[in-house]
Design a protein around this ligand. Sequence first.
Ligand code: SF4
Ligand code: SF4
Length: 341
Amino acid sequence: MYKCSKESLGALLSAINEKYALYVPKKHGEGSVSSFEAYGDGENMYLSGITDRGIKELFFPQCEEIARFVTANGAFGVKETAVKSGYNVIFGARACDIKGLQTLDLVFLAEPEDRLYKSRREAGIVVSLSCGEPSETCFCTCFGVDPSKSGDIAAIGTDGAYYFEILTEKGRLLIPELSSVCKTTDDDIEAERDKIRAKAALMPAALAAKDLPDKKTDELFDLPVWDKLSAHCLGCGTCTYLCPTCQCYDIKDSKTADGAARCRFWDSCMYSDFTKMSAGQPRLTQKERYRQRFMHKLVYFKENQGIYGCVGCGRCVRKCPASAHMIKVIKELGKADERHT
Ligand code: SF4
Ligand code: SF4
């Protein structure tokens, strides 16, 4: 375990930034969107809460070119987007976002592996920061997330210091930088961690969502409550774009000077043209689209992959303009549980 004073954090991050591309949480003023951006010496970081945009986009960008089709002298060729070399470091990730990566792994690292995502996962060294001040919309503990310990290195802030515990082999790559600024210590921080876990478990959202529905598709799919839950959904897609586990994308080709570029970009199951095919649209109403999103996270993903497709980050709770969010769904489906038993 390594320990540095709170004042020394900048020196540690600067040391890391000298060797690696470093991303940290930032917020540019009141009311602006917080997200992970490249570290700059002396710049303010946003460490007091969870960011509006998570770390997902560092592994699965909102828009990226995946290939180019080139014609030259009558010949046709395909150039796949090159994978960047070298490690990146992400400092200050929250445990829910890191759990979100586990969900993305199940999709993008299954055969056939997504080579761009895989390369970023292999290159990404994630340093978590414990949630000393969880938001009242956080409910990560309902999904078994430990808000005090996660990632390749787990950082925890106490009153005057930061502690760093290396959890993986990849995390060991930062030993030279940690050693240059921190001291090694045998301090026992389990009590601090227990406090963080207990506080997160008592957040209003965590209490509201503690009884997750444990029902099968056919027991929940036709419940009348979906009409009420989806009635105000605007189909704006905000919940999907901010969600650390949503992974749907579309692919489009566009013309370039010497051929065409193939790009993929995030899509949303809340949109009326999502997965539209020549045969038509499989989900004709917003109710069907809304039900699909929440059933996928609470039922289908668990049935198929063994874990929920929600990590309780609370972003959809905070940002849905219609207040048609996950907590409401869990509570209503919980009542449905009672009706079925
Ligand atoms: S549930 Fe809320 S955030 Fe999601 S699409 Fe509907 S209105 Fe938008
Ligand atoms: S469904 Fe909502 S609370 Fe759950 S992981 Fe996605 S954005 Fe976070």
